[in-house]
Design a protein around this ligand. Structure first.
Ligand code: SDX
Length: 379
């Protein structure tokens, strides 16, 4: 066989088709089932978008009411799962708690081994409904706070914030959080989604695919970047008393040093988007709304300083994680909770891809070029 060219990281390799989303770096656009994500973020709830990703169409009033009733009645953290979470040390990463919870929910699901579309759609809905309570409780227990039960009269975003902070969030915060959930929901064959598809391609179960996807998302080159962005802000130092201009100057100096030291600065760059991440303007608007709501102008100085310095030095633009990190910080989430928020949202995209993979499945098994020792034999 001729020496095949290795495509490291599968960069630029088209391995399958998908009808779920279209990422177009040429037009810098992202479509969910044909709808521009900006339009969905401006006028839909995360619940509506999850149904769009799963079914291919936005729900009508009856379909939305049915799903809303299901989601709201499946939010509570079961005593068994709470007991398992309590057994995990608060020193472990919250992504490990998400990964464990997804596995427990699978083990507890009597339909876990049923890979029919109907059963997988029900599992997807149950996982999407149940993960917020896991993420919210895990942050609370690390703060020495008690579990807050869900409230069925609140929508997904408002209830997520209620369970996390034990108080009703202001409307601008709920809106910004809902926008972030929609923007994080789906992004074609990113590393965690492709992981889910690889696991599904062996005909393993949906929960195993989600557990593997959570493992992939944890990495700072992928979902973990939103936490890393906040670590950068903290390293530069957030000084509420300084002006945006002063913060910007310090941020630029930090970035100049980081790039001089050849550091990879998380929150910037993207494997597919090379002229900027299509989702950033929408998430940046949500961040600006949070900065205004909480009156924290110095944060926009840090944001602008890093962006300008990276842009001038390497023409590399921010990705979604860059505005999402500080926005979650302003909402009150602890930094290690940021990527679990990404999990809660991306459960919709991952499970949509699990169901799509099964429709025209082929075992995913690429080749490798051997560069080890020539054949040799024991004495
Ligand atoms: C997500 O795939 C998806 O769709 C993912 C995602 C989704 O919704 O699922 O969009 C979510 O994961 C967004 C990305 C979050 N990750 C980060 O913010 C981590 C920092 N970014 C980089 O590690 C990098 O940009 C990647 C990993 C995202 C993409 O890297 P590539 O395409 O493999 O490109 P590369 O690492 O080879 O970089 C090309 C050049 C290099 O310069 P040279 O060494 O050739 O001189 O650009 C430089 C890199 O050094 N570069 C960076 C950089 N990103 C690229 N330099 C400094 N800081 C960075 N962030």
């Amino acid at each position: 066989m001729a020496e095949a060219e290795i495509k490291k990281g599968l960069a630029g390799v088209v391995v399958d088709s998908t009808a779920i989303s279209k990422v177009n770096p040429d037009t810098n656009s992202l479509l969910y089932r044909g709808y521009p994500v900006q339009e969905l973020a401006a006028s839909c709830s995360f619940e509506q978008v999850a149904l769009l990703l799963w079914t291919g169409e936005l729900p009508d009033d009856v379909e939305l009411a049915d799903f809303t009733a299901f989601e709201r009645s499946h939010r509570a953290l079961s005593p068994e799962l709470k007991q398992i979470i309590d057994a995990l040390p608060t020193t472990c990463h919250p992504m490990d708690v998400c990964r464990t919870a997804a596995s427990v929910l699978g083990a507890q699901d009597p339909t876990a081994e049923d890979s029919s579309r109907e059963a997988n759609l029900a599992k997807a809905k149950t996982l999407l409904a149940g993960m917020p309570a896991v993420v919210a409780y895990d942050q609370r227990r690390r703060r020495g706070q008690e579990l807050v039960e869900p409230r069925e009269e609140l929508g997904y975003a408002a209830n997520f914030l209620w369970m996390t902070f034990g108080e009703e969030a202001a409307e601008p915060v709920v809106d910004a959080f809902n926008v972030s959930m929609i923007l994080y929901a789906e992004h074609s064959f990113n590393a965690s989604t492709f992981t889910a598809r690889v696991i599904t391609s062996t005909l393993s179960d949906l929960h195993s695919a989600v557990v593997g996807a959570i493992g992939a998302l944890k990495g700072p080159l992928h979902g973990g970047a939103n936490e890393a962005v906040m670590h950068t802000f903290d390293e530069i130092g957030i000084r509420q008393e300084e002006t945006a201009e002063e913060a910007e100057a310090r941020a630029k100096a930090w970035m100049d040093d980081a790039l001089a030291a050849k550091k990879k600065v998380m929150g910037f760059g993207h494997r597919v988007y090379k002229n900027g991440d299509s989702r950033v303007p929408t998430m940046k608007a949500a961040l600006d709304a949070m900065i205004e709501h909480y009156d924290r102008p110095e944060l926009i100085g840090l944001y602008n300083g890093l962006e300008k310095s990276m842009g001038e030095a390497k023409s590399i633009k921010p990705n979604l994680d860059y505005p999402a990190g500080p926005a979650y910080h302003l909402m009150g989430f602890d930094t290690p909770t940021f990527t679990p928020l990404f999990v809660a949202s991306r459960i919709s995209g991952w499970t949509a891809h699990v169901m799509e993979q099964l429709e025209t499945n082929a075992l995913i098994r690429p080749l490798s070029a051997y560069n080890g020792p020539d054949e040799r034999h024991l004495a």
